[in-house]
Ligand binder design. Sequence first.
Ligand code: MN
Length: 298
Amino acid sequence: MRLLSFHTGDDTPRVGALTELGIADLTTLLPPHTGRSPMRTLIATTDRTQLADAITTAPLLDPTAVTLLPPVPDPSKIIAAPVNYVDHQQEMSQPVHIGSLGVFLKAPSSLTAHGGTVRLPYHDRRFDQEGELAVVIGSTASHVPEERALEHVFGYTCLLDMTMRGGEDRSTRKSFDTFTPCGPHIVTPDEAGPVEELELRCWVNGQPRQHALLADLIWNVPKLIAYISSVMRLEQGDLIATGTPAGVGQVHDGDTISVEITRIGRLEITVTTHGALPSPTLGANRGPTPPATLTPIS
Ligand code: MN
């Protein structure tokens, strides 16, 4: 199943499934007024069999007539993996990887949809793209062993972990509004297949920048879920950004960034510096040194 969040012009979030005939609108089948987005309500209240039945009877919408939202517009948190590929560790000249660093948080308010615009806030700082696979959590997970971790996965989607380089805390450098493009839709595990078989590619203005096998994650998805759930309770709709491979590089005003993952989809956004200001913080020449030139991809 491919599930998406969207609105039809009135900014009211809706949830649907992508079918060959159009978008099956599942919104009215859900309990109203839950205080959460329809996608989070669907994840929390609907099992796979109910969902498959609902899709066959739901009203159909024209996909060209809707505006996409981030697949989960309101996760309780976005947890992200720093340095989770060896080739990215090397290009950043990092002595340690996730095994020493643990994880960090990105503000949920940084989410933006497929087709959206990433706004670079400062004109005197470097900003890079990081293409990543994101995991969408399907059920509350606390202290989950690796062997049972995949039971808590609702699905997978594409994500860009946009990053300001420098010495500020990661939560600052990666949480500017629009700095977490996500989507276009969530693919359930039955359709995504084993993560180890997936490949990620990222382009800037059509030029290839990143190419990785998800099998090359230093901490794979079960290990990430087991570890993160030992630190903080995972809730339905929470997102885990699994980390970026080699090939990060600077992005500029007018650039188009695309991330594609086998069987998951293709996420595309544009970049603008409209309204950019001088940086109020002084971390430009501190922190890990990013690659001066683009790292050739395999
Ligand atoms: Mn990242």
